[in-house]
Design a protein around this ligand. Structure first.
Ligand SMILES: NC(=O)c1ccc[n+]([C@@H]2O[C@H](COP(=O)([O-])OP(=O)(O)OC[C@H]3O[C@@H](n4cnc5c(N)ncnc54)[C@H](O)[C@@H]3O)[C@@H](O)[C@H]2O)c1
Length: 253
C-alpha cells in the first residue's frame, strides 16, 4: 500500500517506536491518528508532524479497554473519513519489582495491554477497514518472543502471542482484504528501556545492553513502512536488525 493520502492509526504514538513511525508515515504523506494513554506525548507527536507540514490528530486512549478502542477508531474516522493502516504498537514491560516478585495485578495488566489490547485493536480495525474495502495492520511484537525471557515472562509470552495472532490472521487477506504483518524489534533506544528499572535499565538489562547493539527507533519505523508498502506480505513476522547486523529478516513459517 502506498501510504500517501492514507490514514494511519498508531497506538503508543506518544513515544519511542510509535512516535518515530508516526513521523515517518506523515513524512510519506499519511494522515496520522496518534493514540496513547499519554495525551501530552501524543500531542507532542502531532506538533512534530504539523511542524513538518503534515496532518495528525492526538487521542487519549487505553488500548486495553474495548470501549476506549472503539471510541478511538470512531474519532479517527470522524476526523479523516476512515482508517487504512493500523500500527498496533502500544506496549509495556512489567518493571520493578521484576518476575517473580511482581504482583499478579501488574502481570495481568501487562498481558491485558500487550496481548489482549493488540487483539482488541486488530479486531476493531477489521470493522473500520470494512468501510474502506480493506487495510493493513502492523503488529509490534518483539525478539523477546523468540527466546524465553526469564526476567519478564509475561512480556515475552504476550509478544509470542502477537506472533501467533499475526500468523493466524493470514487468511484475512483473502476474506477481508486485510493484510496483517508483524515487526519484531530487538533492543531499541526508547524510553521503554528505563521502565524496566527505577528510571534506568534494570541491572539484568544493563548487562545485556553491554553486549548487543541498540537500534534507533527511526530504523524500526523503516521496517514498519516496508511492511506496509509491500502488498505481497501476508502473515509475515519480520525481525528488525540494523544494517550492521545484516538487516531485517523474516521468521521462517
Ligand atoms: N524498545 C525496545 O527495545 C523494544 C523492543 C522490542 C519491542 N518493543 C515494543 O515496541 C512497542 C513500542 O515500545 P517503545 O520501545 O517505543 O516504548 P515506549 O515506552 O517509548 O512507548 C510505548 C508507548 O505506549 C504507550 N502505552 C502504554 N500502554 C498503553 C495503553 N494501554 N494504551 C495506549 N498506549 C499505551 C505509552 O504511554 C508509550 O507512549 C512496544 O509494544 C514494545 O513492547 C520495544
Amino acid at each position: 500500500m502506498n501510504v500517501k493520502g492514507k490514514v494511519a492509526l498508531v497506538t503508543g504514538g506518544a513515544s519511542g517506536i510509535g512516535r518515530a513511525t508516526s513521523l515517518l508515515l506523515a513524512e510519506h504523506g499519511a494522515h496520522v491518528v496518534v493514540a496513547d494513554v499519554s495525551i501530552d506525548g501524543a500531542a507532542e507527536t502531532v506538533h512534530l508532524i504539523e511542524r513538518n507540514g503534515g496532518e495528525a490528530l492526538a487521542i487519549a486512549a487505553d488500548i486495553s479497554q474495548v470501549d476506549a478502542v472503539e471510541q478511538l477508531f470512531a474519532a479517527g474516522e470522524a476526523r479523516f473519513g476512515g482508517i487504512d493502516i493500523v500500527i498496533n504498537n502500544a506496549g509495556i514491560v512489567v518493571g520493578p519489582p521484576g518476575w517473580p516478585d511482581v504482583g499478579a495485578a501488574r502481570l495481568a495488566q501487562v498481558i491485558q495491554t500487550n496481548l489482549a489490547g493488540v487483539f482488541i485493536v486488530q479486531r476493531t480495525a477489521l470493522d473500520s477497514f470494512a468501510k474502506r474495502g480493506g487495510g493493513v495492520v502492523v503488529n509490534t511484537s518483539s525478539q523477546a518472543a523468540l527466546v524465553p525471557l526469564p526476567t519478564d515472562p509475561a512480556y515475552g509470552a504476550a509478544k509470542a502471542g502477537v506472533v501467533y495472532l499475526t500468523r493466524a490472521s493470514a487468511g484475512l487477506a483473502e476474506s477481508h482484504n486485510v493484510r496483517v504483518v508483524a515487526m519484531l524489534p530487538g533492543m531499541t533506544q526508547t524510553p521503554m528501556l528505563a521502565t524496566t528499572g527505577d528510571g534506568e535499565p534494570a541491572p539484568w538489562l544493563a548487562e545485556i545492553l553491554k553486549n548487543i547493539p541498540i537500534q534507533p527507533a527511526s530504523e524500526v519505523a523503516l521496517t514498519a513502512l516496508d511492511l506496509i508498502q509491500d502488498d505481497s506480505l501476508v502473515g509475515v513476522c519480520r525481525a528488525c536488525r540494523g544494517p550492521d547486523e545484516g538487516g531485517d529478516f523474516d521468521l521462517p513459517d
